[in-house]
Design a protein. Structure first.
Ligand code: GDP
Length: 208
């Protein structure tokens, strides 16, 4: 009999650990999906909305953990990962270099990483560091899904224009997908979960 895979229960997410180095990450088994974006892009709010949890991503806001990779468990061997935010102009150059080293080595090393969800404020998409990250993701052969956040702050016309513009801009990235998202109104939460459901489905290789 075939074994049907059940999508993860996002509501059951729980914090595992924070890693300051790739060597501190949980064992590289199963499937994980990582969320990335500029500080203030709405990453914590999006993770909380997708997991229907008010304070799940709070760990990432704890001083000292903001520059770390935070891991959450959704089910056995299925993890959601909160990458440190970037883009603070005031952050010392050394700290920015640290961010780059940590994130680039994570992206390059992590075999269980099925995809990156990149969050960008719908009013300010595709800043320089977003593009740097997108290029790393492309180079690491990892899938990309973009959430254009805080879409409630834009009228329907400009929101649609931004969506189409970002899609066009990422046309070179094979398979990249883009959507509007609002943690405030809940718009786009189901669409985002549907992408995650697919990424969290183990490849069907016939092995049992
Ligand atoms: P992070 O730094 O990327 O984790 O961003 P946060 O989730 O902490 O959000 C940054 C700010 O944007 C906070 O003041 C949030 O209340 C606000 N915010 C986040 N998501 C939304 C949204 O969907 N709509 C609106 N209007 N504000 C949002």
């Amino acid at each position: 009999m075939s074994h049907r895979f059940a999508p993860p229960d996002y509501r059951g997410a729980s914090f595992i650990l924070s890693a300051a180095r790739v060597s501190q990450c949980p064992p590289d088994q199963g499937i994980e999906v990582a969320f990335a974006g500029r500080s203030n892009a709405g990453k914590s709010s999006a993770i909380n909305a997708i997991c229907d949890h008010r304070k799940l991503a709070r760990a990432s806001k704890t001083p000292g953990r903001t520059q770390q990779i935070n891991f959450f468990s959704l089910a056995e061997s299925l993890r959601l990962v909160d990458l440190p935010g970037y883009g603070f102009a005031k952050v010392p150059i050394e700290m920015r270099k640290q961010w780059g080293k940590l994130v680039e080595s994570y992206l390059g090393a992590r075999r269980s990483l099925a995809g990156i969800v990149l969050l960008m404020d719908a009013r300010h998409p595709l800043k320089e560091q977003d593009i740097t990250l997108i290029e790393w993701v492309a180079r690491s052969n990892i899938a990309l899904h973009v959430l254009l956040t805080k879409s409630d702050k834009l009228a329907r016309g400009p929101a649609k224009a931004t969506l189409l513009g970002v899609r066009r801009n990422l046309g070179w990235f094979p398979g990249a997908t883009v959507q509007l998202f609002s943690a405030l109104s809940g718009a786009g939460v189901d669409e985002a979960r549907a992408v995650l459901d697919k990424w969290y489905t183990p490849p069907c290789d016939g092995a049992q």
